[in-house]
Ligand binder design. Structure first.
Ligand code: NAD
Ligand code: MG
Length: 391
């Protein structure tokens, strides 16, 4: 199977290459892409010998091209956003790992959908921003969509094999997404105002990129995942629950009308969902330590605290509002999280910025990519304006 890995230098990208390297007879890397880390991408090129390597940044691409030439590799170096979409749509590519973070992942992931690839979807922002447009492209292009997000991968594994988006016909009553609660689950509210980006990025169970780590700390990540689950499984907001489960051993559950609840369990290691999606419908070794329930000893559950984590409620609200509301929420969140990581706003300002932007911007239909991108641009501008007005 020939693979394009979008975002190969990130947390998911590196885990994907780790699984791929365990099965050289099954997988060949056709293209690797990154934003600007040409040193990491070069090391990956030496190891995996892709046909193409893409960098968003021009200077980084020039450096990579020099190194590739000196090393006498056969890899062609491309540069820019258009090239990302191009390597996602190559005729010789069978599967695309969509592991770019944020809205930047939308266009290349859409290109993979339109050209009928097997899509391993880590970039949840694609579904949050453009759920209807993307799911239409998947259907029209004949693509196969497999979720990488651990919760959605767990739901996918717990649904009937031929589930086709009809909960009632499959006897499914609810989808239960587990949430660790992040690093601030028990932090006194009075201390949250002054938490640093380093504290926010120190997730108790998962090691991830900085943006999703902050999203986990605000629980916006779970909010984005509720929206993601809506599109993946055609589930209404009212049928998707969030359950706080601090051990991150149960990755999510499906409740059936007969009272059965099916779940997928495992150690918190993204190589499990990655390997599952790579090999689906088969199973392959992923390098993940077997789960030892005796060591885990106990599994705890609690209701989410919507007061402590207003972002979760805002995501439900945006999903219910529909249209461009989730795209507005996502864009404002990307700006607010980047500002927090830069030290420009305090942690608790993140939900306040989002709430104000959602109040200010009108929601409209999201029937085309242009509708979505227009809302995205407007929400980014509005988020900057809100932060300036408060400064
Ligand atoms: P990361 O920050 O570690 O890596 C992001 C990757 O995207 C890097 O390769 C980077 O070079 C590339 N990238 C960033 N901005 C880009 C741009 N503008 N254009 C092109 N490439 C760009 O992030 P991550 O933790 O690997 O997460 C990737 C995606 O997977 C996110 O959407 C995240 O929500 C999702 N996800 C991650 C995890 C996890 O455990 N890390 C779990 C579930 C879902
Ligand atoms: Mg997740």
């Amino acid at each position: 199977m020939n693979l394009t890995i979008l975002g190969s230098t990130g947390s998911i990208g590196v885990s994907t290459l780790d699984v791929v390297a365990r099965h050289p007879e099954r997988y060949r890397v056709t293209a690797l892409t990154a934003q600007c880390r040409d040193d990491v991408l070069f090391a990956q090129c030496l190891r995996f010998r892709p046909k193409y390597a893409v960098l968003l940044d021009e200077a980084a691409a020039a450096r990579l091209a020099r190194n590739i030439a000196e090393a006498n590799l056969d890899t062609e170096v491309l540069c820019g956003a258009e090239a990302l979409a191009q390597v996602a749509a190559l005729p010789e590519v069978d599967a695309v790992m969509a592991a770019i973070v944020g809205a930047a992942g939308l266009r290349p992931t859409l290109a993979a959908a339109r050209t009928g690839k097997k899509i391993l979807l880590a970039n949840k922002e694609t579904l949050v921003m453009a759920g209807a447009v993307f799911m239409d492209a998947v259907r029209a292009g004949g693509a196969v969509l497999l979720p990488i997000d651990s919760e959605h991968n767990a739901v996918f594994q717990s649904l009937p094999h031929h589930y086709a988006g009809d909960m009632a016909a499959s006897g499914v009553s609810r989808i239960l997404l587990t949430a660790s609660g992040g690093p601030f689950r028990n932090t006194p509210l009075s201390e949250l105002e002054n938490v640093t980006p380093e504290q926010a990025c120190a997730h108790p169970n998962w090691s991830m990129g900085r943006k999703i780590s902050v999203d986990s700390a605000t629980m916006m990540n779970k909010g984005l995942e509720v929206i993601e689950a809506h599109w993946l499984f055609n589930a209404p907001a009212d049928a998707i629950d969030v359950v706080v489960h601090p051990q991150s051993v149960i990755h999510s559950l499906v409740q059936y009308v007969d009272g059965s609840v099916l779940a997928q369990l495992g150690n918190p290691d993204m190589r499990t969902p990655i390997a599952y999606a790579l090999a689906w419908p088969e199973r392959i070794e992923a390098g993940v330590a077997p789960l030892d329930l005796i060591t885990v000893a106990r599994l705890d559950f609690a209701a989410p605290d919507f007061q402590r984590f207003p972002c979760l409620g805002l995501a439900y609200q945006a999903l219910r509002a529909g249209g461009t509301a989730p795209a507005i929420l996502n864009a404002a969140n990307e700006i607010a999280v980047a500002a927090f990581l830069d030290g420009a706003i305090p942690f608790l300002a993140i939900p306040r910025v989002l709430e104000t932007v959602l109040e200010k911007l009108p929601v409209s239909a999201a029937n085309s990519l242009d509708d979505v991108l227009e809302a995205d641009v407007a929400a980014r501008a509005a988020a900057h304006k809100v932060m300036e007005d408060r400064a």
